[in-house]
Every structure is written in C-alpha cells, then in structure tokens.
Write a protein that binds this ligand. Structure first.
Ligand code: PEP
Length: 262
C-alpha cells in the first residue's frame, strides 16, 4: 500500500535576518498562512534561521502556539567540550528544534565538510532527537562528468553509515548549479534523482523507511515552479533559500495546492 507523505516546505534563511527581524517575519508568516486558511495537512512548514534567532523563534512559536516548525542550519558532530564556535545538538534540542540541516553545499564548499563529517553530524542529530535534513547534490562539473545521480547517491550512502532509520530523516536533493542561480532543475531531473535517492534509502534502511522518508528538491524554487515539482511522485516538498525570505512568495510556495491549482 502506498504511504502518504505530507509535503514539507522548508525555508533556509542562511545568514539573513537577525533575531528581531526573525520575530517579525515568523509572526507575519503565521498570519499570512492563517489568513489564507492554510491546511497544514497539505504542507508542513519549517524555517531554518541563524543560531542567534532560535531562542526568539522558540519563544514566539510557544507563546502563540504557532503551527510552524523550525530548526538550525548546522550542528556540531560533538556533544560538548573544547570545540570553540560549535553548537551542540543538545542545545538545539533544548530550544525545541525539531530539525537540523546537515551537509548543505555551502557548508561542504566553504567549510570543507566531507561526507564523513556529514555522517557524524547525522548521528549527532539522532543522539539528540533531532530530525536531520540531509542535503546532497552534484556540481555542474559533476553533472558533466558523471550525470545527475552518481554524486548525490554516493553522498547519501556515506551520510547513512550506521544510521538508525527509525529515528527519522529528510533528504534534500539540491543540485549545486541550481542553488541561487535562478536556473532550477526540471521536474523530470528532480524526479530521476529523487527516485534514485529513495532507492538508496530502501537498500540501506529498508523499504518501510524509504517509503516514509520525504525527499525534497531544492534549487531556485519559486511560487511559479513549486507545483511542477510536487506533481512528481518521489518529490515530497522543497528546501527553499532566497524565496523563503519573502513572506508573500514563501507563503505562496507553501500553499502550492490551492494557489497554483496543483
Ligand atoms: C538553498 O540554498 O538551499 C537553496 C535551495 O537556495 P535557493 O532556493 O535560493 O536556490
């Protein structure tokens, strides 16, 4: 029997919006979705603010019982100790984060994160009850040399080493060439890689986990193209960068079903 996966729209703010701006943004986003009578059974929503915003977001979400999830953009592979500048998953759990992004291509590219680092961070997230949003994706050079699936598939295999699938995870397929470029993958390209990633989930973690795990597409997602991705059977939502900073655009993406007539 086919498993129903609730679509997931995740907004990666990157290094944008301080804690005061975050409070205003989250409040307005919640109002916009409430005004539009968004049904959260159609799409779960989470934002990923900078670390320094998380306490403010937690306070607002808890005080107003907002139906929005949130998480961090990274965490340490270690739980505590002499790791200057690092943030433990234990601290994120204390802030009621549900999710944490791991292995974003900007972390891999600018901070030298390896597949082994990503795997260690996935295990750390699980130790603290966080759901990792594991990012994989090929560069334009990888695409040219190996085609679309080879690199993301290898990255996912490495990320899943020793992982207990029952602890929950989300996969984000983000072709690096599509991030922030305005040049999204085609829905057919996204589907091809998402299906291959689900195949890896099945091989490594079993069919039940593979069917239950949401595989997102990320890379220049906008209100105008979200519906075409979500029509694909293996694409279960989107990781949104630039467009997640615009309340009207992001709430249109979240409301893809009614707004875009999908
Ligand atoms: C991202 O960085 O995760 C991303 C998908 O960015 P954008 O939507 O701006 O392409």
């Amino acid at each position: 029997m086919a498993v129903k996966r609730t679509p997931f729209i995740a907004g990666n703010w990157k290094m944008n919006l301080d804690h005061l701006q975050a409070i205003a943004f989250v409040q307005k986003l919640a109002w916009a979705l409430a005004d539009a009578k968004h049904d959260f059974a159609d799409a779960e929503v989470a934002v990923f603010p900078p670390f320094t915003d998380l306490r403010s977001v937690q306070t607002l979400v808890a005080a107003d019982s907002l139906p929005l999830g949130y998480g961090a953009q990274d965490l340490s592979a270690h739980d505590s100790g002499a790791y200057t500048g690092e943030i433990s998953g234990a601290f994120l759990a204390q802030l009621d984060c549900r999710y944490v992004i791991i292995g974003h291509s900007e972390r891999r590219q600018y901070h030298g994160e390896t597949d082994a680092d990503v795997n260690a961070k996935v295990l750390a997230a699980h130790r603290h009850g966080l759901v990792p949003v594991v990012c994989v994706g090929e560069t334009a050079e990888d695409l040219e040399a190996h085609g679309p699936s080879a690199v993301p598939v290898a990255q996912l295999r490495a990320a899943l080493e020793g992982v207990d699938g029952s602890k929950g995870l989300v996969i984000a397929y983000e072709p690096v060439w599509a991030i922030g470029s305005g040049q999204a993958a085609t829905p057919a390209q996204a589907e091809q890689v998402a299906a291959a990633l689900r195949g890896v989930l099945g091989e490594v973690l079993g069919d039940e986990v593979a069917q239950a795990t949401r595989v997102l597409y990320g890379g220049s997602v906008k209100a105008a193209n979200i519906a075409s991705f979500l029509r694909e059977p293996n694409v279960d939502g989107a990781l949104v960068g630039g467009a997640s900073l615009d309340i009207d655009e992001f709430s249109s993406i979240v409301r893809f079903k009614k707004h875009v007539g999908a």
